[in-house]
Design a protein around this ligand. Structure first.
Ligand code: AMP
Ligand code: MN
Ligand code: MN
Ligand code: MN
Length: 284
């Protein structure tokens, strides 16, 4: 496998905060020309068997996936796991524990929104939830758009759901070492998701990359729907500097919200090591 492969190794279904089922995503990926696909629901592997079966039915290759929420230097960092055993008991327990605080956090978010006059947000968000253990900010954003509070989910995040805003509740997720350990012990490979999205200083980002590498992390996303074209260049250089393989994924959530559809990103730069070359034996 080379860098010229339509791999899309990051997206979300109704099992977390996407709006399509694993089956709908597989069909859409195949229609868009994706050759190697992974469904990476947040903190959850409940959709993996369905996704693998649907990939097979649509004639595309599949890698198991998840996107784990981690707290590092007081920021939320996302770690994608690829090519692991989706039935691994320790990993499932770790993800279950990571999801654990979401219900209470959602209640507190709702209280914060009520203080600025937006009532019933918890119940409203729940109407958009496919998996009750995975209530997320995205579901609140959909409720606020539906209610006419904002024109799109992006505006909701900016005005209500990010640090310092009324619906924001700080949360402690998994720690980096544990998340990487669950992935590795289940036979998979760890990838730092969309590194350009974190509000880190250069020193904090350096610390993240070094600590990730020290725990055996092997790749970062370079070409992702969450990066701008200048960030493709910036993180391609950093992948080389740190000796990381590179991943490519749309981070697709919904036909109505995502600006980047499945399989539509630019190719990985040819001088990088594609992460799928390290995962050939795990492809289904
Ligand atoms: P949570 O895990 O509940 O904190 O929700 C995080 C999710 O919110 C991410 O995975 C994205 O899907 C979504 N998100 C974060 N920032 C934004 C944004 N600015 N616009 C739209 N969606 C966002
Ligand atoms: Mn999401
Ligand atoms: Mn993410
Ligand atoms: Mn994602």
């Amino acid at each position: 496998m080379t860098s010229i492969l339509n791999a899309d190794l990051h997206c979300h279904s109704v099992v977390s905060d996407g709006t399509l089922t694993p089956e709908e995503l597989a069909a859409r990926a195949a229609a868009n020309g994706v050759e190697l696909w992974s469904l990476t629901d947040h903190d959850e592997v409940g959709g993996q068997h369905r996704a693998a079966a649907a990939a097979k039915a649509n004639g595309i290759k599949y890698l198991t996936g998840t996107e784990i929420s981690v707290t590092f230097a007081n920021e939320t960092v996302h770690i994608v796991g690829l090519g692991f055993d989706p039935d691994d008991a320790a990993m499932k327990q770790g993800l279950y524990d990571t999801r654990g605080g979401r219900g209470r956090r959602a209640q507190e978010m709702s209280e914060g929104l009520a203080r600025v006059g937006i009532h019933g947000a918890y119940e409203g968000a729940l109407k958009f939830v496919g998996n009750p253990e995975l209530i997320s900010r995205t579901h609140f954003a959909r409720f606020l758009v539906e209610g006419g509070w904002c024109k799109d989910t992006n505006e909701v995040f900016r005005k209500y759901l990010t640090e310092g805003k009324p619906g924001y509740v700080p949360h402690r997720w998994a720690n980096l070492k544990d998340a990487i350990g669950w992935i590795h012990d289940a036979g998979g490979l760890a990838v730092i998701a969309h590194p350009g999205r974190y509000k880190f200083t250069a020193n904090e980002e350096y610390a993240l990359f070094l600590e990730f590498k020290a725990h055996g992390g092997q790749a970062i996303e370079v070409v992702t729907g969450s990066h701008s074209p200048p960030e493709y260049v910036e993180y391609a250089e950093k992948a080389i500097e740190f000796g990381f393989a590179a991943s490519r994924g749309s981070d697709f959530h919904s036909p109505d919200e995502s600006h980047c559809d499945l399989g539509q990103l630019p190719w990985l730069p040819g001088n990088l090591k594609p992460v799928w070359e390290l995962l050939e034996s795990r492809v289904r």
